[in-house]
Design a protein around this ligand. Structure first.
Ligand code: 15L
Length: 266
């Protein structure tokens, strides 16, 4: 599939550009950073909230063979001010969705986050239909971006898959990570599945590996074709205990759901 990956120079983007290319996708990168070596004409150095620039990218791709899907990863990966979070995640998603409608692109795969439901107390099984329950302004913006996907799916029949990603890292680093880890290879498997699944409509799935200590429902992901293969348990012996482990185990969002992140919105 001809696929545009935003945030292509970031940590997830770098892994996905190469992983999706290996799986036969025709990948184009978009990022504020310039192209890494070797990307040349398959790269757009653009701010994803710049409406005119994004429209020009879609027009250019339309002229050179069209575009089948967008994988939207760009955005602040951490907690920041409410204004910055909304701009980074909601305005960027709206900009892409409008360009998709204008240029007839039918699918978006979105890097949402577990922090959209991060204030959910840790319970037996975290399903994808729990109430939106953000733990930070970052989480609020992810909830709003998911709502935009739902709106455009209903209004324009766009296929929109929101991936509530856990902890994307080469390997888990904390006790919480033994439950929330998403391996690099599983991230590629998941995004590939979300790109090729027939008619997903609007869907939310959890982006974690098949962790022995996981408590997030992998069923909706499996229905879409995401079969995770990795398990954080393989690293359990190497994870040091920390004082913060107990408080981080209280809620889905771990550290983001603790008092350390409390701050006024204005
Ligand atoms: C995320 O969504 C963040 O981008 C990352 O910084 C981590 O906090 C991760 O979730 C996580 O929950 O481990």
């Amino acid at each position: 599939m001809r696929t545009l990956v935003t945030g292509a120079a970031g940590s997830i983007g770098t892994v996905l550009v190469s992983g999706l290319t290996d799986r036969g996708h025709d990948v184009f990168g978009l990022d504020r950073s310039t192209a890494p070596d070797g990307y040349g004409d398959r790269w757009y150095t653009v701010d994803v909230t710049d409406t005119d620039a994004v429209d020009a990218v879609f027009a250019d791709l339309g002229r050179s063979g069209g575009l089948d899907a967008v994988v939207h990863l760009a955005g602040i990966p951490d907690e920041a001010s409410l204004t910055d979070e909304l701009h980074s995640h909601v305005v960027s998603t709206a900009t892409l969705l409008d360009a998709m409608v204008a240029h007839g692109v039918g699918r978006i795969v979105y890097a949402s986050s577990n922090h959209a439901v991060g204030r959910t107390p840790r319970s037996e099984l975290l399903t994808t239909d729990v109430r939106p329950r953000p733990d930070t302004f970052y989480g609020v913006a992810k909830v709003a971006a998911e709502a935009l996907l739902s709106l455009y799916a209903d209004r324009h029949a766009i296929d929109a898959v929101a991936l509530r990603i856990g902890s994307f890292l080469p390997q888990p680093e904390t006790r919480r990570g033994l439950s929330t880890w998403l391996s690099h290879d599983d991230a590629v498997r998941m995004v590939h599945a979300a790109l090729v699944a027939p008619d997903p409509g609007y869907a939310v799935i959890y982006g974690v590996s098949d962790n022995t200590r996981g408590w997030w429902d992998l069923g909706p992901g499996r229905t879409l074709g995401y079969e995770p293969q990795d398990d954080a348990e393989a690293f359990a012996d190497r994870i040091p205990e920390r004082d913060e482990d107990d408080v981080e185990a209280g809620h889905v969002g771990g550290p983001f759901a603790t008092e350390r992140y409390h701050r006024p919105a204005r």
